[in-house]
Design a protein around this ligand. Structure first.
Ligand code: ADP
Ligand code: MG
Length: 458
């Protein structure tokens, strides 16, 4: 029997290999054995739970597709950890420490669900059960849930925006997979806007536009991730606009995500902006400390990763801006612990997470720093920026500083207004709108902002 298993695994593995770089393949897949296989599931023996954590988080789709290619139908992928100690190979986890581990909730999905999920490129682990709700994301979460419960009946389109690593893709895929399971829904399509653009270009080149259109205009739920990549791509926007209208008029659900609200996406046609704004727009904010701790606990618990409370607290305290980074930090600490066989000390922790902590420090820009930087740039006094004068040479820098404060800090419009000489939130909102408008029309303004942007992110 084991011989058969070995043969199957060799074939599956050779289907996996082309999708990974040689190093990653060697690190994560070389030490795996297939120890059980039946009609429903395959059990992979891994050296320890970190392998499971990492493979489930990053390579599950690849493994599943390879299994389908070899066996002709999907299987649930299970793991058994031998815990025969870690091989040195995991040491190198640093290199990948900030990519995408995710909470594990193994859905007992129906076989056909599984197949459609895979073919749509969604990660089965990114479901609602694995999503931790906090004050930062509760509205987005509630809206996502409502949409997946009654597609096209509540919020359409649903537009989710927020910074990197805050759960946009997770929520989109949760909606996608929840709706796949609904009997009435025929077809769910999830893709990134980059793929939409690439396929569109291919379709034009190969004279296959009809097929392309059919594919995306005949779907019940269309989820397009990272729509901001459409910026400046006029023909793709045009195509997307028509796709949008066809689906919308046909009462089909549309869900979109972006790193910023529609009105702030540069070079997006106004008619498209209004379409995007016509449903519900909801923001994902960075999680607060409690939510970060809850996310860490959930992931640690699910993988039976043992970590001291003060280590979790340290991570939650120090890695604030990005959940993906938080997961990377968690994995790194766990790897270190299992390798060294002891709990990590505070000093070791600082050392181990040096680069992550440095990245975090970068992001913590204060409004005062922004005001100072802007004042320097425009050669006006700091007091002018926060003062009452309304001459043109002051008003513009002030608006720039407000706009940048909105982008680089978590302060509310109200709070920003207060630090600008007690102005109200409407003034700040007006400044932000004026500037995003001008950025679209005036290259110089856009360049100035981009310039200051990079200086502030350093
Ligand atoms: P984005 O698409 O916004 O860049 P992702 O959806 O890819 O971010 O999220 C980054 C990682 O953080 C993913 O592994 C995701 O599962 C995890 N994540 C983000 N928010 C949450 C949350 N609220 N609960 C659990 N995991 C989360
Ligand atoms: Mg994403």
């Amino acid at each position: 029997m084991q011989e058969t298993y070995d043969r199957i695994w060799r074939e599956v593995a050779s289907g996996i290999r082309p999708h990974l770089n040689a190093e990653a393949y060697q690190r994560w897949f070389a030490a795996i054995d297939l120890v059980q296989a039946d009609e429903c599931a395959l059990t992979l023996q891994v050296p320890n739970s970190i392998y499971q954590f990492w493979i489930e988080s990053n390579y599950l789709n690849v493994v599943r597709s390879a299994v389908i290619a070899v066996l002709g139908s999907p299987r649930e992928i299970k793991f058994r950890a031998t815990d025969r100690g870690l091989t040195g190979s995991v040491l190198d986890v640093h290199a990948q420490g900030t990519s995408e581990p995710v909470a594990p909730v193994s859905p007992a999905a129906r076989a056909e669900d599984l197949e459609s999920v895979i073919s749509h490129g969604m990660n089965p682990l990114k479901n609602f059960a694995a999503f931790v709700v906090g004050s930062n994301n509760q509205f987005a979460h509630a809206a996502a849930l409502a949409v997946s419960q009654s597609p096209a009946k509540t919020y359409n389109p649903l537009f989710i925006y927020g910074g990197v690593g805050l759960g946009k893709t997770h929520l989109m895929q949760a909606i996608g997979q929840q709706t796949v399971q609904r009997r009435k829904i025929q077809k769910v399509t999830y893709l990134s806007s980059e793929r939409f653009i690439n396929e569109f270009i291919d379709a034009i080149q190969q004279n296959m536009l009809v097929r392309f259109r059919k594919r995306y205009r005949q779907t019940d739920v269309l989820l397009i991730d990272d729509i901001h990549f459409l910026a400046g791509k006029e023909r793709s926007q045009e195509e997307f606009f028509h796709t949008f209208n066809t689906l919308f008029d046909g009462r089909k659900q549309i869900v979109l995500s972006s790193d910023r609200p529609p009105s702030e996406i540069a070079n997006l046609e106004q008619r498209l902006v209004s379409r995007l704004e016509s449903g519900l727009t909801t923001e994902l904010q960075p999680p607060d400390t409690e939510t970060r701790l809850a996310i860490l606990r959930k992931k640690a618990e699910a993988f039976h990763l043992e970590l001291a409370e003060d280590v979790l607290a340290f991570l939650a305290q120090r890695v604030r801006t990005n959940v993906r980074r938080l997961e990377g930090a968690l994995l790194r600490v766990v790897s270190y612990q299992s390798l060294s066989g002891r709990e990590v000390s505070r000093e070791a922790l600082e050392q181990l997470l040096k680069d992550i902590l440095r990245e975090e420090a970068k992001k913590m820009v204060t409004i005062e720093q922004i005001q100072k930087k802007v004042a320097e740039h425009f050669e006006v006094g700091l007091a002018d920026i926060t003062g009452k004068r309304r001459t043109a040479n002051i008003v513009y820098p002030r608006q720039v500083a407000m706009y940048l404060s909105r982008r680089h800090t978590k302060a509310s419009l109200q709070q920003i207004g207060e630090t600008f000489g007690g102005r109200d939130h409407g003034t700040v909102l007006h400044a932000c709108k004026t500037l995003s408008g001008r950025m679209k029309r005036e290259d110089l303004v856009r360049q100035t902002i981009e310039n200051l942007d990079t200086q502030l992110s350093r």
